[in-house]
Write a protein that binds this ligand. Structure first.
Ligand code: T1G
Length: 686
């Protein structure tokens, strides 16, 4: 039974009991319908108390049902029956009441929350809108301005704010007791939303919400549709608004954007240690970090934020001072944004030890090396770590490009070496590539996953290759972009095309942010092994030779006069023309659609090779890497989900067409060809 109900005296108790999050699926709706039928037959009831078993009230409708047809009893009908029930219902909210959970509570006369509980309507984050009355009842209960902000942002609010907004009757440490003893007068005087007047129109709040949604959720339909429906709540009686809302919800939930966002939502939750990885992880209570630069200090802060003790090792006093100031800067920024209090900062600082002595790491269960990207430096660090740390401690490298197996060879027991590839800024970016070397043990892998869980990161396993999953796809993306640049486009035309596709910024603006020297060093590392027959585009090298490294030198692919916004730089356009001339290329114009097609097909093909070579375990893993590490638009579901929606056969046809120009760069991946034939990459793990 996913809904239980019983009475005690004049109170009826209805409990949602559908672990793990009381998702309101068909069985819950059926259970609520039965409870309503039972209540209608009972005498002398004065209240119905609705609560959630376990750690929350309800996470919302069961999003797994959205791919299929809506099945009765429908949630809006259940809620209307609660709202018009002769016996007043009281919602006791613990944990969270989200989406349909919040709407269920809105159908109740009164809502009580526990102090740490949260309530909200996050539907737009799944590409849909509140489809069970949220856009119509919430504005009636708390006013249009607050309601439209909650609904269009999808952000839940605290119990304190809910009380301040008038969304709940009160906050109680024991909300169930509060509900049982709520006096009858309060209950009988409470007015259900269906008897409330339509909300007052608040044009400014609607306009602000539209502007914010257009900026923060660009290209996404759901937030704008939700705002329109909130506006409509002032124009129509409740039943008309509810009908409009329902139609809009059913339309959105079958759409590409909702399917894509649901795919990412469930892929994130599927990103966990494989069931057959049974080894016990190392103890994580004390972690050493070697290197306090941008990455090392970010990693150290992430560890401190997860409550771990951190020993941050630097080579000398200057390094140690720099590390301290890097960590201090992150802590200050976090406090300034209200994410931490001065007490939090003091408590975290107390758990941080910055030292030059490796012996201080002697009791750590895990060390994460985040030193300079040089094999000599890493070899020396791992040799030192191996000497001082317990034999069963796990040694991880944060390297982006170097060969993990070569690093592992620097220690007597390579099975304890693993790659933990964080993304800058390490305390903010959720992606963590867990790289398994040839000899990496299950215990090391289990430690990587356990760390990801503690840090609330999205773990993606990767095999050893140049760039693992994300950076390898990025290298191909950039190569395809540089080819289009050489053959006739400008960096800004290419960036504009990818921004129109949904990226927050294109490949050239992104390089200006990270610095052109990083990819330059990477290309130099590949000089010795690069296929001389493969077309090589030298424009980016020329940029570095000219000292145009990006924002950090005031100019890169763009100029940044006064450090402000980017400005197209004709010198760069001329550089491309000059290099094309030297290479005897007749440049031509590129339509944005062709630019997008070339760059996206290049990435899909490279990603298919990663699956083919066992570097990536599944297409959904690649989607998580691209969304969480490389700015691929989440509302497109990630690279491989997009490819399937776009049409794998279309992508194969494009690649075959491009191969006629350059067979070496456009070698069709066998996995992509098979997927096009068989209808898909089998997006989740096999
Ligand atoms: N539907 C189905 N499964 C869900 C689910 C949902 N809404 N929410 C969570 N799960 C599963 C999840 O996949 C995982 O499964 C397990 O529960 C634990 O989740 C009509 C249309 C509530 C804050 O958007 O934000 O209501 O991997 O790991 O970290 O208007 O889950 O264990 O098999 O995330 O403690 C709106 C989505 C739905 C909230 C808990 N609601 N959920 O976080 O656990 S649409 C949402 C969350 C809707 C109505 C509309 C979080 C959480 P498994 P978890 P957590």
């Amino acid at each position: 039974m996913t809904v239980t109900f019983y009475r005690k005296g004049s109170a009826a108790f209805v409990t949602l009991d559908n672990p793990p999050v009381n998702a309101i699926g068909l069985s819950v709706r059926q259970g609520l319908s039965k409870a309503l039928d039972w209540i209608a037959e009972e005498d002398d009831l004065t209240r119905v108390i609705l609560s959630g078993a376990g750690r929350m009230f309800a996470a919302g409708a069961d999003a797994r049902e959205f791919d299929g047809p809506a099945q009765p009893p429908h949630l809006p009908d259940i809620i209307s029956r609660i709202e018009t029930c002769a016996i007043p219902w009281v919602a006791v909210i613990t944990g969270v009441a989200l989406g349909g959970g919040c709407e269920l509570a809105l159908g109740c006369r009164v809502r009580i929350m526990s102090p740490k509980a949260q309530i909200g309507l996050p539907e737009v984050t799944l590409g849909v809108i509140p489809g069970a009355g949220g856009t119509q009842r919430l504005p009636r209960v708390i006013g249009m301005a607050k309601a439209v902000r909650m609904i269009s942002s999808g952000r839940p609010i605290s119990a304190v704010d809910a009380e301040r907004f008038g969304l709940i009757e009160g906050i109680a440490d024991d909300p169930m007791e509060y509900a049982r003893h709520l006096d009858l007068g309060t209950l009988e005087l409470s007015i259900p939303p269906c008897d409330m007047p339509p909300p007052t129109l608040h044009q400014q709040a609607l306009a602000d919400a539209r502007t914010m949604a257009a900026r923060k959720m660009a290209h996404q339909r759901a937030p704008q549709v939700a705002i329109d429906l909130v506006e409509a709540s002032a124009m129509h009686p409740l039943d008309v608004g509810l009908a409009q809302e329902r139609a809009a919800f059913l339309d959105l939930r079958q759409g590409d954007q909702a399917r894509a966002l649901r795919h990412v939502f469930f892929a994130e939750r599927g990103a966990r240690a494989p069931a057959d990885l049974v080894a016990a992880p190392a103890d994580l209570s004390h972690v050493a970090v070697v290197g306090g630069g941008m990455m090392g200090s970010g990693i150290a802060y992430a560890l401190l934020g997860a409550g771990l003790d951190v020993t941050l090792i630097e080579a000398d006093a200057d390094g140690a001072a720099r590390a301290q100031s890097n960590v201090d800067r992150i802590m200050a920024a976090s406090e300034a944004r209200g994410l931490t209090t001065p007490d939090d900062v003091a408590e975290r600082q107390a758990r941080l030890q910055i030292t030059q002595d490796y012996a201080d790491a002697a009791h750590a269960g895990l060390a994460i090396e985040a030193a300079f990207e040089s094999m000599d430096v890493k070899a020396s660090v791992f040799a030192d770590l191996s000497k001082v740390m317990p034999e069963n401690a796990i040694l991880a490298t944060n390297t982006s490009y170097l060969d993990l197996d070569a690093i592992a060879a620097c220690v007597p027991d390579p099975s304890r070496v693993i790659g933990l590839h964080f993304f800058a800024p390490a305390h903010i970016m959720k992606l963590l590539e867990i790289v398994r070397g040839a000899q990496t043990s299950d215990r090391a892998m289990a430690t990587g996953y356990a760390l990801a869980k503690r840090l609330r990161k999205v773990p993606v396993p990767a095999g050893v290759c140049d760039g693992f999953i994300g950076n390898r796809i990025l290298a191909r993306y950039r190569e395809a972009a540089d080819t289009v640049l050489m053959d006739g486009a400008t960096p800004w035309e290419i960036d504009e095309a990818m921004v129109a596709f949904g990226y927050a910024m294109g490949p050239y603006e992104a390089q200006d942010l990270s610095g052109l020297d990083i990819a330059f060093a990477q290309r130099r590392r590949q000089d010795a092994t690069r296929d001389p027959a493969r077309r090589y585009i030298p424009i980016a090298d020329r940029m570095v030779e000219l000292g145009k490294l990006g924002r950090k030198t005031g100019a890169g692919w763009y100029r940044y006069p006064g450090g402000a916004g980017k400005v197209d730089d004709p010198i760069v356009a001329d550089l491309a023309i000059e290099e094309a001339h030297f290479a005897g290329i007749t440049r031509r114009d590129f339509e944005p659609s062709e630019i997008c097609d070339r760059l996206l097909c290049a990435m899909v093909n490279e990603a298919a090779d990663l699956l083919d070579q066992g570097i990536a375990a599944s297409a959904s893993d690649i989607d998580l890497v691209m969304v969480h590490g490389y700015g691929f638009p989440r509302w497109r579901g990630g690279l491989m989900h997009w490819a399937q929606v776009h049409g794998l056969d279309r992508i194969v046809a494009s690649i075959n067409r491009y191969a006629k120009e350059d067979a070496l760069a456009w070698q069709l991946s066998p996995t992509l060809e098979d997927a096009a034939r068989s209808g898909g990459f089998h997006l989740t793990k096999a």
